[in-house]
Design a binder for this molecule. Structure first.
Ligand code: TZP
Ligand code: MG
Length: 222
């Protein structure tokens, strides 16, 4: 297997849904299936925070959600947990600045997808050097889905990264909705990454996912 091509990665980032069992009162598999029906293009299993599953329970849920993603042909990315990603043969790993060093993760995962969170030009350049396939940039807007989230930066951070010559795929994160998706794509993001816009949408979240997909599609063709 070769590394994912940049153009394919950009396509995949259109609607990047992130979720763990802590993000919904409903079964995660139900929420994910309905979101996939709406057009989610990439999924990240992020099991962390209060009430998050651990050990065998975490792995069992990961396998269940991975199975669903496979049925839809949607890549399955694991947040932080390289060992879990390797154990279940996930499609990739996403790490933040405080997690395992991106270069070490790249060595361990070979050609799997590597996503790295970046908040500024310096972090973005280091992530590119370390072998990231995409950058997660945010929070763009205020968010209540991440306990230790930094201050919201606004869409200008995306513009600054592009102006500094960062050309790799970028997904915007933090407080993104169908209403502001156009703004972040126009500022330089290839797609949007969301937790609450889908996980906390009225049930079923199929329409919420479809609205995000439509907003990104429309913004890209402008
Ligand atoms: N990283 C930066 S903001 C964030 C993460 C994981 C949470 C995004 O959640 P929401 O609900 O889409 O604002
Ligand atoms: Mg992390």
């Amino acid at each position: 297997m070769a590394r994912i091509a940049s153009g394919d990665m950009k396509e995949r980032l259109a609607v990047y849904f992130i979720m763990g069992s802590q993000n919904s009162e409903r079964p995660a598999a139900d929420v994910l299936k309905e979101a996939l029906d709406g057009g989610v293009t990439l999924f990240q299993f992020r099991e962390k925070g209060q009430g998050a599953l651990k050990g065998a329970d975490k792995e069992a849920l990961a396998r269940q959600l991975q199975h669903l993603c496979r049925a839809y042909g949607v890549p399955f990315i694991v947040n932080d947990d390289v060992e879990l990603a390797l154990a279940i043969d996930a499609d990739g790993v996403h790490v933040g600045q405080d997690d395992e060093d991106a270069r070490c993760v790249r060595e361990k995962i070979g050609d799997k997808i590597l996503g790295v969170s970046a908040h500024n030009v310096e972090e973005a350049m280091a992530a590119v050097d370390a072998g990231a396939d995409y950058l997660g940039v945010g929070p763009i807007y205020p968010t209540s889905s991440k306990e230790d989230a930094k201050e919201a930066q606004g869409p200008d951070v995306l513009r600054r990264l592009r102006e500094a010559g960062i050309t790799i795929p970028i997904v915007a994160i933090g407080g993104i909705t169908a209403a502001n998706a156009k703004t972040v794509v126009e500022a330089g993001a290839d797609g949007v990454s969301v937790i609450s816009a889908i996980a906390s949408a009225p049930s079923p979240p199929t329409g919420a996912a479809a609205a995000l997909a439509e907003a990104v599609r429309a913004a890209r063709t402008r």
